[in-house]
Design a binder for this molecule. Structure first.
Ligand code: ADP
Ligand code: MG
Length: 461
């Protein structure tokens, strides 16, 4: 009928506009490399901030002692403690995950940090057997903070802006370590932050601890970002002394990448315009977990409005922003049952659409595929951009140097079709170099990485 034809046309148009064929991905990768150069050349030289992390030495495996880590970056925060035994041995590790009440994400700095410090204090109070702090010492912690920060040193930095659903005005421009330290004092917790790291930098450090060939880390979670090891002399904007190692980890903040080559649609435009941070984080808004389900919802809205996709009426729930979460989209996308019963039950439970035909369900799976594939393919193009910057996108004569990319984040971990598409696209882009480039899941590397960096920058060394 005409109804299906119209819905089909909307889908085909979306597919066309989301198209990320290989040639386009190469343009995106080239643009990424160009922006990387520009961001390294001068402060404000690019949408890519290319932030200096002050991490010029990655973990060696010799780190020893009890260290804590705190990871704040999305919907949950994690606290952990590790007893490091040196010689690449981790004696014991414990962690706890606490969800952040949504009102704290848009409240005041004081309230957010008080909440975090209180949870941390509670966790420290449960420290038991297997963890040893030498007498007279202060506990030390690595703080993983996954928002753009202008670092002043390894253990301090001011917040540039919030992303991913956080908006706490009075924290912008403040030293986040100072904020955390004051909150810890308020709750009577005696602890010192010795490293402030982005989650990408933590993942790179944690990944390197396991594998010396790790050269970059990418996060695909609520948001997306990447960090990599740059040669210090290739950072013109770096005014300080060149580090002994000759290297510096750069937090790209690639979520803010933008290029005329990105395949953007009307749905992306409206999502962006109505977001907490319009005009910002465009790459993130078409790739990451916070947004993929929301893009699908917006397309479904159009199909409902213009093609009566759900019948004459538009399901009221469909009008609610962010009601369709990426994990639900992923569940529908992975539905292998012949009658697509998972899709049916998601439609019923989330959108209150009680009856859906198989035809309708099939189209929704296809919609999920279009949106997820675009994100996955663009993420692969981003990785190619980094490899190009490092000169690791071609095979050098007689060289068998491996390049390992540490990947982490809930989207990468749980959205199998996204992950597979990203990995196969990277292979497609790399051609014969595929054999030397390895994508490795670094499970919770960022927490361990932060603890390792806290250890290697301990006040007691
Ligand atoms: P964060 O990025 O907030 O630090 P995670 O790395 O754990 O946290 O990623 C959480 C994100 O991963 C969620 O916001 C969601 O978008 C995505 N995610 C979690 N589970 C799934 C899933 N089963 N399928 C698809 N995406 C998922
Ligand atoms: Mg995280």
């Amino acid at each position: 009928s005409g109804r299906w034809a119209k819905a089909e046309a909307i889908l085909r148009e979306l597919e066309e506009n989301c198209g990320a064929h290989t040639a386009k991905l190469r343009q995106v990768a080239d643009a990424m490399t160009v922006e990387m150069h520009a961001g390294l050349a001068s402060e404000g030289g690019s949408k890519l901030k290319m932030l200096i992390s002050y991490v010029d030495n990655l973990p060696t495996g010799d780190e020893k002692g009890l260290f804590y880590a705190l990871d704040l970056g999305g919907t949950n925060f994690r606290v952990m403690r590790v007893q490091l035994g040196g010689k690449e041995s981790m004696i014991k590790q414990e962690f706890e995950e606490v969800s952040i009440p949504p009102h704290l994400m848009v409240g005041s700095s004081h309230e957010l940090f008080d909440f975090i410090a209180a949870a941390l204090a509670k966790f420290v109070a449960t420290e038991g057997e297997g963890f040893h702090l030498p007498a007279g010492r202060q506990r030390e912690i690595g703080f993983t903070f996954s928002f753009p920060v202008r670092q002043l040193s390894l253990a301090s930095g001011t917040l540039i802006k919030w992303t991913k659903g956080f908006l706490i005005e009075d924290a912008v421009g403040e030293d986040v370590v100072g904020e955390l330290t004051k909150a810890m004092e308020r709750v009577g917790l005696d602890m010192r932050v010795t490293a402030l790291v982005n989650d990408t930098v933590g993942t790179l450090a944690g990944g390197r601890y396991d594998n010396p060939d790790v050269v970059a880390a990418v996060i695909l979670g609520t948001g997306t970002n990447a960090a990599y090891v740059e040669r210090a002399h290739a950072i013109p904007k770096w005014q300080g002394l060149l580090p002994k190692s000759g290297e510096m980890v750069i937090n790209m903040e690639w979520g803010n990448f933008r290029s005329s080559h990105l395949p953007l649609t009307e749905y992306d435009q409206s999502l962006d315009a109505e977001s907490l941070n319009p005009g910002e984080q465009i790459f993130e808004k078409i790739i990451s977990g916070m947004y993929l389900g929301e893009i699908v919802r917006r397309v479904l809205c159009k199909m409902a409005e213009e093609a009566d996709f759900f019948g004459n009426d538009i399901p009221p729930k469909l009008k609610i922003p962010f009601i369709l979460r990426t994990p639900d989209m992923s569940a529908m996308h992975h539905d292998t049952s012949s009658d697509l019963k998972v899709v049916g039950s998601k439609l019923k439970d989330i959108l209150e659409v009680p009856n859906s035909s198989l035809k309708m369900r099939k189209m929704i799976v296809e919609l999920c595929d279009i949106v997820a594939s675009r994100g996955a393919r663009l993420a692969a193009a981003g990785i190619l951009g980094i490899l190009k910057k490092l000169g690791r996108d071609t095979v050098k004569e007689g060289e068998k140097q491996k390049s390992v990319i540490a990947l982490d984040g809930g989207l990468f971990e749980h959205y199998t079709k996204f992950r597979n598409c990203m990995e196969s696209t990277l292979n497609e882009l790399l051609g014969e170099v595929t054999e030397t480039v390895i994508v490795k899941h670094s499970n919770d590397g960022s927490g361990i990485g932060a603890a390792l960096l806290a250890a290697s920058h301990s006040q007691y060394l």
